[in-house]
Design a protein around this ligand. Structure first.
Ligand code: TRP
Length: 378
């Protein structure tokens, strides 16, 4: 890992390669999802999602306990979330695509927390911006097609009573020095930040609280969120709940091939509202290529698909592994040129985005069906 690589819930910098990710998982105390775990998952789901096959979701905490509970017929629920700080890009979508797949395969409830309070405390956003991003992001998320009966969107400021009454139980067990060391806060950070992690912990036990019986929770998230759930796992047994389990992803890289796709640099990210022309232009112009400098050299020596942004995204959007290995071979051998690889991936991305924007229009009128309410569980 480069010396300056840094991963906290509010800051991710530096260059992240595969070995860096396993080092971070190790440092955080999460386990790598190995072949045996993948096989166990596939034994319930039938197939493996490409994000598991290609190790985008690469680490976990106590995933075995979730699968044990499931196989005993006890069930579990899913919890994930989004901080509404701006427009969503492809990288933000990844955990939700995967969560949708999990919900479909296991047919379980899902709580999606929208942390508008977090973005108020941590970013310079006013309530107008927050409201706009909140409704916009909710539509983007729902366009992926979650099960309306089992999906529960919890906007923090709209569910403040329930969240506050449960967050205080957590907050009592987190002292300032722990918050400082886990999140890197210092004396200049506002007091709201110190409290916030308690709010993010609540959905990980709220269903047990509502149902009045223990039910396990599985949280899919990108690795920067891990500090929150490490803290939550420490606190849960002290307040009478099971530790939540997690399944943890890498970031989708920026087009330039390293680091994380970021919202602050529009040239390195693909936004959900980018049209076909824009997506193609961004890939052609900015996507890091494992190809050679000239078509002649490429034909002669072939490309290195492993470091190629377009190939790496292509395989995440292709369900059939035999298609992926055929494209790999063709690219590697020089049969396929970089421009062709980029065009193919641009098309895949645009097909996905166009499908989502059609769904977006459809869910627009049904958002209230998805909103969190305790009555929906009773
Ligand atoms: N803090 C997350 C963000 O800034 C949002 C979030 C809340 C979340 N709860 C979560 C993400 C659970 C993953 C899992 O985006």
């Amino acid at each position: 890992m480069t010396e300056d690589a840094k991963v906290t819930p509010w800051e991710v910098t530096g260059i992240l390669g595969d070995t860096d990710y396993s080092k971070i998982a190790d440092r955080f105390g999460a386990k790598i999802i190995d072949r045996a775990m993948k096989e166990r998952i596939a034994s319930y789901t039938g197939d493996l999602h490409p994000f598991l096959r290609y190790d985008v979701f690469f680490a976990h905490r106590d995933l075995d306990l979730i699968l044990d509970a499931y196989s005993r017929g006890e069930g579990f629920y899913l919890y994930t979330g989004r901080g509404p700080s701006g427009k969503m890009h492809l990288g933000h979508l990844l955990p939700f695509m995967f969560t949708r797949w999990l919900q479909e395969k296991f047919n379980v409830d899902l709580i999606i927390q929208i942390t508008d309070d977090e973005k108020f405390l941590f970013r310079d956003l006013n309530s107008g911006d927050l409201n706009r991003y909140t409704s916009d992001n909710i539509l983007d998320i729902l366009s992926l097609g979650f099960n309306p009966e089992r999906t529960h969107i919890m906007v923090d400021t709209l569910n403040s009573g329930l969240l506050y009454n449960n967050a205080i139980k957590v907050a009592r067990h987190i002292n300032v020095s722990l918050a400082k060391s886990v999140f890197g806060f210092d004396d200049s950070d506002n007091v709201g930040k110190y409290f916030f992690t308690s709010i993010q912990a609540v959905p990980s036990f709220i269903l047990s609280e509502i149902l009045g019986r223990p039910i396990r929770c599985l949280i899919p998230y990108a690795i920067d969120q891990d500090p929150h759930f490490k803290v939550a796992r420490d606190v849960m047994p002290k307040i009478g709940y099971e530790k939540p389990s997690s399944i943890i992803s890498k970031f989708i890289p920026s087009l330039k091939g390293s680091g994380k796709m970021s919202s602050s640099d529009t040239t390195t990210g693909i936004y959900l509202d980018d049209d076909r022309k824009t997506v193609r232009k961004k890939l052609m112009k900015y996507a890091f290529s494992g190809g050679r400098d000239t078509a002649d050299e490429q034909r002669k020596y072939g490309a290195n698909p492993d470091i190629d942004f377009s190939f790496n995204v292509f395989r995440l959007l292709e369900n059939d592994p035999s298609v992926v290995s055929r494209i790999y071979d063709e690219y590697r051998s020089g049969q396929l040129l970089s421009g062709e690889m980029k065009a193919m991936t641009a098309d895949r991305i645009s097909n996905l985005l166009e499908g989502l924007s059609i769904n977006r229009e459809k869910v627009k009128n049904n958002i209230s069906d998805y909103m969190f309410s305790t009555d929906r569980f009773r």
